[in-house]
Write a new protein. Structure first.
Length: 284
């Protein structure tokens, strides 16, 4: 099929292999719409065919994510079937056996020139054992995989962070916290680029342009996380041979109910802070 050429300013490619998960964390941002949506899934072969169309400039990786991407039946097939020149990242809770993973996937699959780990393991204290998680990460780390441990700085999880940080330091593993995005006990948490964009009672019509290629489990392409999670107005399909990216502003009638992932201030792929996934105009 024809290649899909990404605009130079694109900063992220997210392939949501599944929105289901083998854990259930109370603060999961996906609970804003619910994880059990009974969505269809592309097969492993279909994901490979679709993702192999992507052409990027520079070290822009395809991030396999979810939900939990490793529960997709074609997970290994996808990892090993992607073109070798494509950079691949993995966002996972690492509930799988690292030894079996090493037997099936070469660490070279995750080599690329960016200042953060390719495999980013999420540690959730309420559903995961710290010692077991650190041990799994260390096994992969010591065998040449680019990997680090990350945790959400949720107010209820703050007491567990020092122990996780110490365990990672003792084992030579990168550890970082991620900002909690959402409401807790009536307080809004997170650093957002656009005031009034999230959890607002007032909804406005604006014009919005993305810097991300977001692909749903069904293969639909959406302009933002809000639309992907809610299955609203896909702009194309990864297996449509006619699909190409229109790098344009699109009208949106949901400003005020934006997904926090779309409007938060964060690091770009070069770890420069201040990036926002979307550019929004005509906010009145």
């Amino acid at each position: 099929m024809p290649s899909i050429n990404l605009p130079k300013h694109y900063n992220y490619i997210g392939a949501f292999l599944s929105l289901s998960c083998n854990l259930s964390c109370s603060y999961c941002i996906n609970h804003l719409v619910g994880l059990d949506q009974r969505r269809k899934h592309l097969s492993g072969a279909e994901w490979v065919e679709g993702l192999n169309r992507i052409q990027t400039e520079g070290p822009l990786p395809i991030s396999l994510q979810g939900g939990e991407p490793s529960i997709h039946k074609g997970f290994i097939e996808i990892l090993n079937g992607l073109r070798k020149d494509l950079n691949v990242d993995l966002l996972t809770n690492l509930q799988f056996d690292p030894h079996k993973f090493m037997d099936l996937v070469d660490p070279e699959r995750f080599k690329r020139d960016l200042p953060y780990p390719s495999i980013r393991v999420s540690y959730h204290p309420e559903t995961m054992d710290l010692a077991e998680t650190v041990n799994k990460v260390k096994i992969l780390h010591d065998n040449g995989y680019s990997i680090g441990l990350f945790t959400v700085a949720h107010p209820d999880a703050l007491e567990y962070i020092p122990a996780a940080e110490q365990a990672c330091e003792e084992n030579g593993i990168l550890f970082k916290t991620k900002e909690f995005l959402g409401e807790h006990n009536g307080k809004l948490h997170g650093t957002y680029h656009y005031e009034g964009s999230v959890f607002s009672k007032e909804v406005k019509t604006v014009n919005c342009k993305t810097s991300e290629l977001l692909i749903s489990p069904e293969g639909h392409i959406y302009r933002c996380h809000h639309d992907l999670y809610n299955k609203i107005t896909p702009v194309g399909h990864i297996l449509d041979p006619k699909f190409q990216i229109d790098d344009i502003f699109r009208e949106c009638t949901y400003f005020g109910k934006c997904n926090p992932c779309d409007v938060k201030r964060k690091n770009n792929r070069f770890q420069n802070f201040g990036h926002c996934s979307v550019e929004i105009q005509d906010i009145e």
